[in-house]
Ligand binder design. Structure first.
Ligand code: SF4
Length: 316
């Protein structure tokens, strides 16, 4: 898998990114990140005492029209870094107490992440490695990830092809994500440390979309039938109508309602989903990050250790 004739994700753009040509993800072969931070808002077994060591990559293979991180996923914010710097960032995250290294949306940079991980392990990196992705992954990518990833944190965004076509320009998303999630969970039973930290396994995130509850119901039913007890589910209800400059795709214009929240709880009950994570209802967006700042996150939920604005390590 490399950047020439790029087929790193199911978009299969076939462009030569080494020649600076960009496909759907909007990135050449030059590694770019938006920030690296200790994050204290992930699911509790991923956060622990020290926080999850998140590295946010620029660009994205999905292009959600309401992306909370659009400044780095679709905008031009992000700093070019070398593979060596990525290695240094992983080691620094571990040195500052991270419980794991959390690669956020890294699929389109896999050929750079693999050598960085190898070098970091050679230099002593020992915490679990976590792949935080859209779930829109090829079989080849998962085979490669399986050689070094301990924990998968994939999304299952939506279950209806007409919806994934409209929102993500990916009618094949439901078919691909279901295959990918089953592959990720196969031979990867959930493992936790004595302190309750996740060491190995899969947590599937599902962001509920206002007005699209049928898509969520179908996902919960599929999860209960296919992956209950093999993977955990994390149901997120923090959807916020983020308006991305230039976006022409119609997005839901409100938060999740109390009635929708109750229906989700009823379905989880009906399908026998007792384990996992379920967010409290959020009807605010004051947690949205602004990646133009060296400290993009307004809350105390993160501690930035490397800033794309200063292009250096910082003490927050
Ligand atoms: S990684 Fe980017 S260029 Fe490559 S196939 Fe996916 S979207 Fe296209």
């Amino acid at each position: 898998m490399d950047y020439r004739n790029c087929r790193l994700c199911p978009r299969m753009c076939g462009v030569d990114r080494t020649a600076g040509i960009k496909g759907f993800c909007g990135q050449s072969d030059v590694l770019r990140i938006g920030t690296a931070a200790l994050h204290f808002g992930e699911e509790p077994p991923l956060t622990g005492e020290g926080g999850s060591g998140t590295i946010f990559f620029s660009g994205c293979t999905m292009g959600c029209p309401f992306c909370q991180n659009w400044q780095i996923s679709r905008g031009q914010i992000g700093a070019e870094i070398s593979v060596d710097t990525l290695t240094d960032i992983m080691l620094e995250l571990e040195r500052r107490g991270a419980e794991n290294i959390n690669f956020v949306t890294g699929t389109h940079f896999l050929p750079s992440i693999v050598p960085a991980v190898k070098a970091a392990k050679k230099r002593g990196l020992s915490i679990p490695l976590l792949w935080n992705c859209s779930g829109y992954e090829t079989e080849e990518a998962i085979d490669l990830l399986d050689t070094f990833i301990d924990i998968y944190l994939p999304d299952y965004k939506a279950s209806e092809p007409h919806l994934t076509k409209r929102l993500y320009q990916a009618e094949d998303y439901p078919r691909i994500v279901e295959k990918a999630l089953i592959r990720m969970a196969s031979g990867r039973p959930l493992e936790f440390s004595e302190e309750g930290l996740m060491r190995r396994g899969v947590i599937i995130r599902h962001l509920v979309l206002p007005g699209e509850l049928e898509s969520s119901r179908k996902f919960l039913k599929w999860y209960a039938e296919e992956l209950l007890e093999k993977a955990l589910v994390s149901v997120m209800v923090q959807y916020s109508p983020v308006h991305i400059p230039g976006n022409k795709i119609k997005i839901p214009e409100r938060y999740i309602s109390h009635e929708e929240y109750e229906r989700l709880l009823d379905w989880m009950d009906e399908y026998g989903i007792e384990e996992g994570f379920f967010q409290d209802l959020e009807q605010t967006n004051d947690w949205l990050p602004d990646f133009r700042n060296s400290v993009p996150f307004p809350s105390k939920q993160t501690r930035v250790i490397w800033s794309a604005v200063t292009k250096d390590f910082i003490d927050q």
